[in-house]
Design a binder for this molecule. Sequence first.
Ligand code: NAD
Length: 327
Amino acid sequence: MALRVAINGFGRIGRSILRLLATARRDDGIEIACINDIAPLDSCAYLFEYDSVFGPFPGRIEAGDGVLSVEGRAIPFHHEADLSRLDLAGVDLVLECTGRANDPAVAARGLKAGAGRVLISGPSEAAEATVVLGANDGILADQRILSCGSCTTNALAPLLRLIDGLFGLEGGHMTTVHCYTGAQPTVDAPRADPARSRAAALSMVPTSSSAGRLTDLVLPDLAGRVSCTALRVPVASVSAVDLTVRLRDRGDIDARLRAAVAGSPVLGWTDRPLVSSDLRARPESLILAGPEIRHGPELSRLFGWYDNEWGFSNRMIDLALRMGARR
Ligand SMILES: NC(=O)c1ccc[n+]([C@@H]2O[C@H](COP(=O)([O-])OP(=O)(O)OC[C@H]3O[C@@H](n4cnc5c(N)ncnc54)[C@H](O)[C@@H]3O)[C@@H](O)[C@H]2O)c1
């Protein structure tokens, strides 16, 4: 039986998930029961059809009378600020993509509405656990509210898990070279964090990353070994992990890493001299870039690309299916 899913918050991640479920992952056995957003249906339908990053939707989109129709498949579309006011009986899982579910009351709204479980598309202290595929998915049980972590945590944690197992990770530092997101303004505007108050497309913006805290949460045995920062750059799509590490065993790192990545469900590898736009719409959590890896006398520099929207949305679907399999 198909997994019945509701999407709450039809922004970059909510729309990417629906686009995936209507295209590359159409046959995954997920039925969209409904979508909810505080923005009007017409605006949401327009942004779903015309996407500045992924291009026009390759199919027919129609909207009207509370329904978003994707290639003739009608999806009820609600316009409700408080999800708990909807009737979600029969919905197995809410994909909570509003960015507001750090608040326990918001995170629980889907359950209050009658849905079976909630998967949050970002860090959340309200979640019973944070699960990152390829890093700590062994802890997946019958939790009712889960967080899928962040895009950067999904990129970094599986890599740390892997290199610690292969070489022994003594310590390191990661900078995510991150495209701008909707959390940054297009022109200077007041924000609590001064760095994030500056025009997103005009400067490289050094700022913080939640990936350090979340990676420690997801990989408690490695907690405290890798610090994290972010450099937000004037690019609209695709980010990179730039990781400098001290490894115990330094023998034949590239070849062993490349062989191990070949068996990973979430990590990839490239030997090509790529730039960020080449990685748009890649489904992996992280694609290691062989040509960018360097080894100094004491430290190694690993580098990988990730499409923070598309890769992460694929992980949301993967995790939803894993949660659904426990129904
Ligand atoms: N953009 C990324 O690359 C990315 C990657 C991984 C995780 N995330 C996380 O996913 C979450 C969403 O990010 P995004 O980039 O999609 O943001 P976004 O701003 O593009 O989308 C959020 C959507 O939620 C809607 N919304 C806000 N309040 C609502 C409410 N009360 N009820 C219903 N809808 C509501 C907004 O109208 C908007 O359409 C954030 O927690 C973010 O950290 C984002």
